[in-house]
Write a protein that binds this ligand. Structure first.
Ligand code: 6R9
Length: 587
């Protein structure tokens, strides 16, 4: 794979990793030419007598030898450790499937899980998949408004949560008429007895439940999971995936994460509240029978390094902001740890800057392989492969079975070198099947047979893709997408706020931060105290990652004549850029 053009980032190409495993593509081009999704399905022995149920594939249907292998290595924030074999998970998820059946949960019902990163997340999510429920993981940092939007929109009938997180749910319980049951996982023994009539104890129900359960027939097209994702306008939309997505998740876990299940200890740092934490925190790796490490705690360079050393992590999937934070912690910290177990590193969620690729190569002895995909694509789509030379700063090439394109504004393909809309043919089994109850928005994402991703990019003459930016106003802060409208909606609920406009402001560490421009209601004066109060208001109601880290007070906000706040203008002014067309600006 010789390079015919100068690397776009200006950094020299890094030759492919000599330690890439036996599963890697002997020749990317060869696999690309001959690839069939059907072959991938056959390799997973699909479809089976009971169709394609993600839980059966990931948990139950491994060889007797693999069933005894460790599926989950868990470390709590306080250092406590647990481990579960596939067979342990099979019995526990069967029990939870029986609990759900007893509570009357049926195929197609929405079951949400709102827990910290503890083993019960996986037990309850897979238990729910076994009964044919559509699962919805909720990030535990979400506040009441964020969970209300998702539970209300999806019509969830059951939520699994903890006594600690339940308070946030209680405050909006009255707004959720479809919600019938709340299952309380009480690891710390802090639940206040007696429970409310609609609440049940996880431990009590599990103790009585049988560990035998027969997974009913599941059609490849049956919905499996909803992930809410933010757009420019409106509340977050629920991207819905089907059970057949597992084919793409397993294939990409094999070829891109290069997982060799009999040897690897694999660590995905993403929370199951986000698509990376499900597609690659559980589905892909477990479909292959790989051992997954899950850490409950948050980011701290020393803790992360200690985990890699203690668990002898071999394959590591993380995100650019985390890598930049590790860079910031300095090489001296890194030098104190043994990283010799690591053999393959991957990254996702935001553009991976070439400096981070080069730094990773120096510190860990391996290149971070950037992977591009979205909640909507359900699985990795444009990536760097173990067998490929890495051009630092590039997202890599389409996965075999994926056709990508760069399109002009009329949705026609552009030649190499030109910037345009990044689009993919909607043919991978993992591509989303709808936005929950928003079919018209879903349909609007398809043009000329392409799925329009909302990103802008360019392809070079070697077929490598380079990310340019978002085509919309969606903010990417530390790998989390935040819709400006969601933040604006939360802001205007504060009693002092008259109007709010929200933009993403470039940031060296987090890629972007959320910045709000606010005009105050009569009788309120701008002050630092008020800024703090408003920040806190959004932080506790919406989510810790989505609150505005910067706020400017303005006498009024620039609006179109029809009254829409012009975020584009706010951003141009903030960045000192030309204001562009302001003919629609109100007088
Ligand atoms: C998996 C995930 C998707 C959006 C996507 C893009 C950005 C993801 C990227 C990347 C540059 C990469 N993004 N991977 N940008 N390089 N390797 O992150 O899903 O939360 O839906 O975000 O994130 O803008 O469109 P999701």
């Amino acid at each position: 794979m010789s390079s015919t053009v100068e690397p776009v980032s200006g950094y020299p190409t890094i030759p492919k990793d000599p330690t890439a495993g036996p599963f890697n593509m002997a020749s990317y081009d060869d696999l690309y030419q001959n690839f069939q999704w059907e072959d991938m399905a056959k390799a997973l022995n699909l479809p089976r007598a009971n169709g394609i149920n993600k839980a059966s594939i990931c948990i139950d249907d491994h060889s007797p030898e693999v069933m005894q292998r460790t599926a989950l290595l868990w470390q709590a924030a306080d250092g406590k450790k647990e481990s579960y074999t596939f067979d342990d998970l099979r019995r526990e998820t069967n029990r939870f499937a029986n609990v759900l059946t007893e509570l009357g949960v049926k195929k197609g019902d929405r079951v949400f899980v709102y827990l910290d990163r503890i083993p019960e997340i996986f037990i309850t999510l897979f238990g729910a998949l076994k009964v044919g429920a559509v699962i919805g993981p909720l990030f535990s940092a979400f506040g009441p408004e964020a969970i209300r939007d998702r539970l209300e929109d999806s019509g969830a009938v059951l939520v699994v949560t903890s006594p600690e997180l339940k308070e946030r749910l209680d405050s909006i319980r009255g707004e959720l008429p479809a919600l019938q049951h709340v299952v309380i996982v009480d690891r710390k023994g802090s639940a206040v007895e007696p429970l409310h009539p609609h609440e049940v104890s996880y431990a009590a129900m599990m103790a009585k439940a049988s560990d035998q359960f027969t997974v009913p027939y599941t059609d490849p097209d049956d919905f499996s999971i909803i992930h809410y994702t933010s757009g420019t306008t409106g509340k977050p939309k629920g991207a819905v995936h089907r059970h057949a997505a597992i084919i793409a998740q397993a294939a990409t876990a094999k070829y891109i994460l290069d997982l060799q299940p009999e040897n690897d200890i694999y660590w995905c740092t993403a929370d199951p509240g986000w698509v990376t934490g499900t597609s690659y925190g559980m589905f892909g790796p477990w479909a292959l029978g790989a051992t997954v490490l899950v850490y409950e705690g948050g980011f701290k360079a020393e803790d992360w390094y200690q985990l890699i050393q203690d668990y002898k992590v071999t394959v590591w999937y993380t995100a650019p902001t985390a890598i930049r934070m590790l860079m910031k912690a300095g090489e001296a910290v890194a030098k104190a740890y043994d990283f010799s177990s690591l053999r393959h590193l991957c990254s996702v969620g935001e553009p991976l800057n070439p400096e981070a690729v080069v730094w990773g190569h120096q510190v860990f002895g391996h290149v971070f392989h950037d992977t591009w995909w979205q909640t909507e694509t359900g699985a990795m789509h444009i990536c760097n492969y173990p067998c490929m030379d890495v051009k630092p700063g590039s997202m890599g090439k389409p996965f075999p079975g994926v056709v990508a394109g760069i399109l002009d504004d009329e949705w026609n393909p552009l030649p190499a070198g030109e910037e345009g809309h990044l689009a993919v043919r909607p043919q991978a089994p993992s591509i989303f099947r709808n936005y929950w109850k928003r079919d018209e928005v879903y349909q609007s994402r398809f043009k000329n047979g392409w799925y329009i991703t909302g990103d802008r990019a360019r392809m070079d003459a070697d077929g490598y893709y380079w990310f340019i930016g978002r085509a919309d106003d969606v903010i990417n802060t530390a790998g989390h997408l935040v819709g400006p409208f969601e933040v604006e909606s939360a802001l205007i609920e504060h009693p002092a706020v008259a109007e709010a406009g929200v933009i993403g402001k470039p940031d060296p560490e987090r890629l972007e931060i959320v910045k709000a421009f606010i005009s105050l209601k009569a009788g309120f004066e701008p002050s630092e105290t008020l800024k703090q109060e408003i920040k806190n208001f959004v932080r506790t109601r919406l989510a810790a990652h989505a609150y505005p880290r910067e706020i400017d007070f303005l006498p009024s906000l620039p609006k179109t004549r029809s009254g829409k706040i012009m975020r584009r203008l706010l951003k141009a002014r903030e960045l000192g850029l030309p204001e562009g067309d302001t003919s629609t600006l109100e007088d």
